[in-house]
Each structure stands twice: as structure tokens, then as C-alpha cells.
Design a binder for this molecule. Sequence first.
Ligand code: COA
Length: 346
Amino acid sequence: MAIEIIATGRAVPLRRLTNDDLAKQKQIDTSDEWIRSHTGIGARHIADDSTACSDLAVEAVKNLFSRAIETGAVGEKTPEELARTVDFILLATSTQDYYSHPSTSCIVQDRIGAVNAAAMDITAACSGFIYGLETVAGLLGISGKRKRALVIGSEVLSRITDWNDRASCILFGDGAGAVLVEKTAAPSEGEGRRGLVRSILAADGSGAEHLMVRRGGSRNPYRAGEVVDIPPHVDMDGQAVYYFAVKAVTDTIKNLVQEDGISIDDVDIIIPHQANARIVNAAGKRIGIPEKKFYLNIDEYANTSSASIPIALDELAGNGKIARGNLIMTVGFGAGLTYGGNLIVW
Ligand code: COA
């Protein structure tokens, strides 16, 4: 039995904010040169005021359904028929439509007509898609009757960005990516193995302070009548996160390769979480992996958190840069602190 990704989709807001636009429109003391040289980011896409997390997620899933039907990846002929075959929806996000509940995945479930699907959100920040894929693999594997699931990463990070903090606001963008996962009869190990073959999921809660939205939770709730002095924005110690991230990426790649008994040369492409190109390059140098083995689209989208890996997967699948049988590695890290990776035979 294998857990295979059979279709992908993405949604990215049309509004594109280049580094120069950002400096001008938000009146930030920065420059295209500084942002590019320190992060590899050239632009980010920003949702309009009426767009929430579920809107981007629904658009990504609709695109996925169209692609799945077009390519013959599924037997169903219409998006409505396909939606009814989904057994589970897992949505990874840090920017839910509503604080606490309902989960955004339930809103998506209703809007796409996935009437037979259970739905839940997970919070693993930028590692959300990596955590989500492994979680869904477990859910499909345990139950004999569940066959198909959607794993979605969707974020409107522009809503929790502190636009006065030039060290963090340059980093983030909005977007959503989705994959349709199916339990198939193919082998998951040995000759001809397919689908998700292994994952590493890890956390280091001692670093929670380094990347946090301090306001709004039960630690620091809204109190009637107060003037909000600390808004619910991302508060980040950039250097601490940077050092953690380089080690997280390095360790995850090494461990995935070692646990699977393969060489890094067997991996066709590594899709890192798109947080900072310098983090990826530093990790690559440490373990002697050529830059071209990593797929980077951070120049266009910046850091879209849980959406960055599924957006990249959809781009690669759409433009034929990954083909059936390719060995793909994902690797990511984020608030929590969390980190991990997946090894997937496409
Ligand atoms: N434009 C111009 N100057 C900036 C700037 C900006 N956007 N942001 C920071 N600076 C300045 C600082 O004020 C500082 O100036 P000073 O020396 O006069 O005090 C100088 O640049 C260096 O700041 P520093 O914080 O040391 O920069 P850095 O090289 O560490 O880069 C980050 C900052 C945020 C890009 C980097 O630390 C990083 O990417 N960390 C990881 C963050 C991340 O990935 N978070 C999400 C994880 S999922």
C-alpha cells in the first residue's frame, strides 16, 4: 500500500509587491539590494482586504480538481463528483479565517462540496505541510475505508505582519498550495516503491520565544475596553531563527538520507521551505550539496509559510520538472520551533 500525491494545485494573489514597491508603499527604510542580498526575495504576493485563508485554499483546491480531471489522475468527471470522494481535509495554517474556531478546513470542506470529508486544521507554522502530509499518511493507513485526502497549506501572512518591522515584514507573502493524496495498491518500499516513503518530524519548543505571535491567545487575551498596545503580529529574533534553520535543514537532509539508506545523489530534487535563500545555500554548503539540487522560487513569492512547499510542488509538476519515479525531498522549519522533511517517490 502506498500513499501517493496524485494531483496538485495552487493559488497566489494577483497583487505583486516588489521590494521597491514595499519600500515605497509601506515607507520602510530598506532597499531591493538589501533584501535580495540578505534573503533572495524579489517580490511577494499580497491578498486584497476581502481575501481570507479559506478563499486562497478553496481556489488552490479548485485548480487542483481541474488539473486532476484534465490529466486523468482520477476517474471522476466533474469537480463535484471528485469533491465527494475526499475522505479527509487537513489544512495547515498560522492565519486561520477565525481565531480559535471554526477550523478553516471546515469552511473549505463546505465550499468545495467535500460532504464526506472529515476536516481539521493543524498548527506547525512553516513546517505545516511536512507535518500534514505525514499525518494524513497515518490517517489513510490506519483506516481501511479512507482512501483520499487533501493536504492544504494556506496563508494570509500579510495580516499578521508588522509592517513597521523592516527585519521581518520583507520576508512574508500570501498564497496557498494543495495536494490530493490517495492510498494506492503500489508498494511503499523495495523495488518500484511509490509515494511517501518516510518523513522526519521534529520540534524544539525551547526556541518558541524566537518566533511568536504574542497577542490574542489564552496567555495574553483581549480584555474588554482595553487599547491594544501589542497587536497580534509576528515577533521574530531573525538571527536565532537563522541559526536554528541552517542546522534543522542540514540535520533533516542528512537523517532522511541515512535512514533511507540512500545517497544524496539518488535524490532528484530538494524542495526546501522558502524562507531565505541564504539558509538553503548555507545548509547545502555544509553538506556539500550543489545549489542546483534545491528548487527555489522565493524570488517571486517570499515566505508563504505552510504554503511554500505545496506551491513549489505544483509549479514543478505543472511545468514538467518532476516526473513519475523521481525521488523528491522536502525540508522545512518554522515557529514552534518545528522542523522536518518528507521523502517522496513521485
Ligand atoms: N533593510 C535594510 N536593513 C535592514 C533590514 C532591511 N529590511 N532589516 C534589518 N536591517 C539592518 C538591521 O537594522 C541591522 O542594522 P545595524 O547593523 O545598523 O543594526 C543590519 O541590517 C543587520 O541586521 P541583522 O538582523 O543582523 O541582519 P541579518 O543578516 O541577520 O538578516 C534576516 C536578517 C531577518 C534576513 C535573517 O536573520 C533571517 O533571514 N533570519 C531567519 C528568519 C526566517 O527565516 N524566519 C521565518 C522562519 S520560517
